[in-house]
Design a protein around this ligand. Structure first.
Ligand code: GTP
Ligand code: MG
Length: 293
């Protein structure tokens, strides 16, 4: 057998580029939530891909942005971490995104002596002329990078990514137990499943004002019993989350439960509560309690 290879492959890019979609696709498992709204991912999530002679520790990160409040600053701290410890970068760009690229990322990736693979994503929603133009532009911005057009949603051209990464990674023993596929505990996936449904079911600032904490996760006779709290910033938001006669929160609960039953492959009993924690996004102590350091 050939020598074992292992390393860290960090997925970076702007909000909404398709980073989490790609992580899930490469892992064959829904580890990271995906929505059409920017700033869906708030934490750094490891997805650990294992073969007999290979371990790739993927890290999915929040999209790179200019922070406007405490929570976003903490989110960018996760991004900065991920710029420190990579063996290879997967830089995802969205071909349908007409806004200017992140100069911050371009500068970093040019400076760091680590291979960069630029994945021009969402080509299913584009055409050949635009693709050639965009690939040329990226070649000029980051000359050392190899550029690959893909569609993370349809899987087009994604089969070349793993072999390419394998060729770039160093010989190393595995960093994690080979049966482990993520660094996150069960409760994290519960919090995220609920947050995804909130992103999908509510408008404007509401999803961004929400944090979810699972307070109980207990398995008994094949059923998982979960109590989770949805924290909002203001009383008015609490009313909106609950909705008329509780219809809105009931919908969130049902949708999250169905996803979680699939993820854990068990029956789930899910209780949701809503509480107000005034302006938590700007409060350092609250942010720390919610796991943002
Ligand atoms: N058409 C098309 N849409 C895609 C593709 N990949 C992702 N998307 C969509 O783009 C949106 C954003 O996808 P995410 O995976 O959440 O993007 P992200 O980069 O993780 O976003 P943040 O976590 O907010 O930084 C979702 O609506 C996806 O369904 C693709 O290849 N083609
Ligand atoms: Mg994401």
């Amino acid at each position: 057998m050939s020598a074992h290879k292992a390393g860290f492959v960090n997925i970076v890019g702007k909000p909404n580029a398709g980073k989490s979609t790609l992580l899930n696709h490469l892992m064959g498992e829904k580890l990271a939530i995906v929505t059409q709204k920017a700033q869906t991912t708030r934490h750094r999530i490891f997805g650990i891909y294992n073969e007999d002679d290979l371990q790739i520790v993927f890290s999915d990160t929040p999209g790179v942005l200019d922070p406007k409040y405490g929570l976003q600053e903490k989110m960018m701290d996760f991004v900065k971490d991920s710029l420190q410890d990579a063996d290879v970068f997967l830089f995802i760009v969205d071909i349908t995104d007409r806004t200017p690229p992140s100069e911050f990322l371009i500068e970093k990736l040019n400076k760091i002596p680590v291979p960069v693979l630029i994945l021009v994503n969402k080509i299913d929603a584009s055409n050949q002329t635009d693709l050639e133009k965009v690939m040329e532009e990226w070649h000029e911005r980051i000359p050392k990078a190899e550029i690959l057009p893909i569609s993370a949603i349809t899987g087009f051209n994604t089969e070349v990514i793993l072999p390419k990464l394998k060729s770039l990674l160093p010989e190393n023993p595995p960093y994690y137990d080979k049966t482990q596929y993520t660094d996150k505990p069960e409760r994290f996936f519960v919090n995220e499943a609920i947050r995804e449904k909130i992103l999908l079911n509510y408008e404007k600032e509401i999803p961004y004002s929400v944090e979810v904490v699972t307070e109980m996760f207990k398995e008994k006779e094949g059923i998982i019993f979960i109590d989770a709290v949805i924290f909002v910033e203001r009383d008015t938001q609490k009313g909106i989350i609950i909705g008329h006669k509780g219809d809105a929160i009931k919908k969130v609960g049902t949708e999250a439960r169905l996803d979680l039953e699939k993820f854990f492959d068990k029956k789930i009993h899910l209780n949701l509560f809503v509480k107000v924690k005034k302006d938590w996004r700007k409060n350092d102590r609250d942010l720390k309690n919610f796991g943002y350091r």
